[in-house]
Write a protein that binds this ligand. Structure first.
Ligand code: GUN
Ligand code: ZN
Length: 441
């Protein structure tokens, strides 16, 4: 399936560094209109203008007039929750009990977990997301199904079985001993195998006993190249609950710090209600906040202060947080992030937004040599997008005055329906319209 030499033609856009907050003129943007990106054995080996076409030794796919981006990276998303996405009427804690936990219970059945993982990974690809940091369920098989499914599709995946041993329905609770055994087994079988990495996955402080948090911290220390993912300071009632469960901790984040769960590979979803000390601790540890704007609006959790996090030096990446987020589309997610910053009295540039879902996320994960850009040597995860679809977006696209305006309008008006093709490690894994795609080749 893998063409040894593959060239894709289109308008190449990626980043060579970090765009400044609120600055449109920046050297970090690399726009190469009408270029070929060259891929050998699944890796990026170069790019050249359309006027210098690659020779016959290259399989050529011509997407001229279309936008070519690195595959998106979704740094926080729940695979079982596509079954209950768009559930009405609750805030976080009620939402978990009413909709989320019942949906996750179904994944005890291995056949359900297997089919659910496949559907979820296909849905990511259909949205132009080629890498993700994923919460499955407490069931070992749900993590295994994701690792196997991602391997079959060649995708970059970070996941691990969810740890929860209290304050949840009994059928969704593990215990410290069995959970540790399951984690070790999964780490030894999947971590670093192909493009898979294990993440020690603490659901959130309220659903783990202090003993389980300690065990999780010991796993992170014993396997220091694993990631750690959890939720923190998402909702005000949740924060109060954590205070009452862990009175000895200085803050919600401090519960994790004390257990040895805060380090450079920690991915902390939300972080809306953090204080200055927390932000400094995140900066010093090199961890990241997975900003989940769609989810934060949908559950009414609050308005994340992205600029405050940037000023504090904390890494921020972009996350759909489906099923509290209402779309796997990173454009929709970024458009929500823009609106949240607008409510905070700030403006999010298209560059800062796009970077957070590509090179920025890769960098925060320590994966910038593999994903997030068209740097030579990166794995060829490449998505091809229509600049505009439909009368409104087409009209707007004709009238833009500069590149930032064009990309901003694209981010704001497009979604997964604009996706033309998704290549994962140089293999075409998704084509919007197989017939059209074949014609173009
Ligand atoms: N906090 C604990 N579990 C969850 C979850 O599944 N989704 C969100 N948004 N927050 C959580
Ligand atoms: Zn979440």
């Amino acid at each position: 399936q893998l063409p040894r030499r593959l060239a894709l033609r289109g308008d190449l856009l990626d980043f060579t560094g970090m765009p400044e907050w609120a600055t449109i003129e920046t050297p970090a943007v690399r726009f190469r209109p009408d270029h070929w990106v060259l891929i050998e054995d699944g890796r990026i080996v170069g790019a050249q203008p359309a006027a210098q076409p690659p020779d016959e030794s290259w399989e050529r796919h011509d997407y001229r007039g279309r936008l070519v981006l690195p595959g998106f990276i979704d740094t926080h998303v729940h695979s079982p929750q596509i079954d209950m996405i768009a559930s009405y009427g609750t805030e976080l804690l009620d939402w978990l009990n009413t909709y989320t936990f019942p949906a996750e219970m179904c994944f005890a059945n291995p056949a359900v977990a297997h089919a659910g993982a496949a559907r979820f990974l296909d849905a990511l690809l259909e949205s132009g997301t080629t890498s993700a940091v994923v919460f499955p369920t407490v069931h070992k098989g749900s993590a295994e199904a994701l690792f196997a499914g991602a391997s079959a599709r060649g995708m970059r995946l970070v996941t691990g079985k969810v740890l929860m041993d209290r304050n949840a329905p009994p059928s969704l609770c593990d215990d410290v001993v069995k959970a540790e055994r399951d984690c070790v087994d999964l780490i030894e079988r999947w971590h670093g195998v192909g493009r898979n990495s294990y993440a020690v996955t603490v659901r959130f402080a309220p659903t783990s006993t202090p003993e389980q948090l300690q065990m999780a911290g010991q796993l992170c220390a014993a396997y220091p190249t694993t990631y750690m993912q959890t939720h923190v300071a998402e909702n005000r009632d949740e924060v109060k609950w954590v205070q009452s469960l862990f009175p000895e901790a200085r803050s919600y984040l401090d519960v994790y710090t004390r257990a040895g769960l805060l380090y450079s590979r920690s991915v902390l979803a939300h972080g809306i209600w953090l204080d200055d000390n927390d932000r400094a601790a995140i900066r010093d540890s090199g961890a990241q906040v997975a900003h989940s704007p769609s989810s934060n609006l949908f559950l009414g959790s609050g308005l994340f202060d992205w600029n405050g996090a940037v000023q504090a030096g904390a890494n921020v990446s972009m996350a759909s947080d489906v099923g509290a987020g209402t779309s796997l589309s990173m454009q929709r997610t970024l458009a929500d992030a823009y609106k949240i910053q607008a409510l905070n009295g700030q403006r999010l540039t298209a560059w800062k937004a796009l970077h957070s879902a590509t090179r920025g996320a890769a960098q925060a994960l320590g994966l910038e040599r593999e994903i997030g850009s068209f740097d030579i040597g990166c794995t060829a995860d490449v998505c091809v997008w229509d600049w505009a679809r439909g009368l409104v977006a087409e009209r707007r696209d004709q009238l833009v005055r500069d590149l930032h305006e064009r990309v901003f309008a694209w981010l704001t008006l497009s979604d997964e329906r604009n996706l033309v093709a998704a290549y994962v490690a140089g293999v075409k894994r998704h084509a919007a319209d197989a017939a059209t795609a074949a014609q173009q080749e």
